[in-house]
Write a protein that binds this ligand. Structure first.
Ligand SMILES: [Fe+2]
Ligand SMILES: [Fe+2]
Length: 187
């Protein structure tokens, strides 16, 4: 897995991207594509757009069956994907991915009403991931490099679960992903 390259990631989404995003009306690929569109529409950098595309890559890499959170299992998907992305594109892509789970814990602690925006699966995983951050954890998070990008990604993550919003075809979506990867090149 340590030698994962950009084309391998595109292939993984081609092979495994049709997996249903548990509890939501989208597949993993649709969710990834929607998050990247929301990032692009918000004027995010190419790096943050790619981070949005690939923030749940770890779910596909782990490939755990069914709904892990229902079994009380946290697949640590953010920690699985981040070093692989860091090796190819550096921290501006990897860090928002690594921090997107912490950003959820931060937002629930900082803005309690944010909890209402979370899907049932996100709420289950929140518990497994440590729950809302306390004030000290929030302050530490605010001092972490690229935490602001992670908070933005988190908002697109929560929004990117819409029924019926996708590229014309799956291959069109994958071509968009390849183009973005090529635009960034290697570090
Ligand atoms: Fe995630
Ligand atoms: Fe996600």
């Amino acid at each position: 897995m340590s030698s994962l390259q950009a084309p391998d990631i595109v292939d993984l989404y081609r092979r495994a991207g049709d997996a249903h995003y548990v509890g939501e009306p989208v597949t993993q690929l649709e969710h990834a594509w929607q998050c990247a569109q929301l990032a692009r529409l918000a004027g995010a950098s190419a790096e943050l757009q790619l981070a949005s595309w690939l923030h749940d890559l770890g779910h596909l890499l782990m490939g755990l069956p069914g709904t892990p959170t229902l079994r009380g299992q946290d697949d640590r998907h953010e920690a699985v994907a981040a070093p692989l992305l860091e090796a190819i594109w550096g921290p501006r892509v990897a860090e928002p991915v690594r921090l997107h789970v912490l950003a959820k814990r931060y937002l629930v602690g900082r803005h309690p009403s944010y909890r209402q925006r979370l899907s049932p699966d996100s709420l289950r995983s929140l518990k497994l991931q440590g729950g809302a951050m306390d004030i000290y954890e929030q302050q530490l998070f605010e001092q972490t490099a690229m935490h602001a990008d992670a908070v933005k990604l988190r908002a697109w993550d929560d929004e990117g679960k819409r029924l019926g919003w996708f590229a014309a075809t799956k291959e069109d979506a994958l071509a968009e992903l390849s183009e973005l990867m090529e635009r960034l090149g290697r570090r």
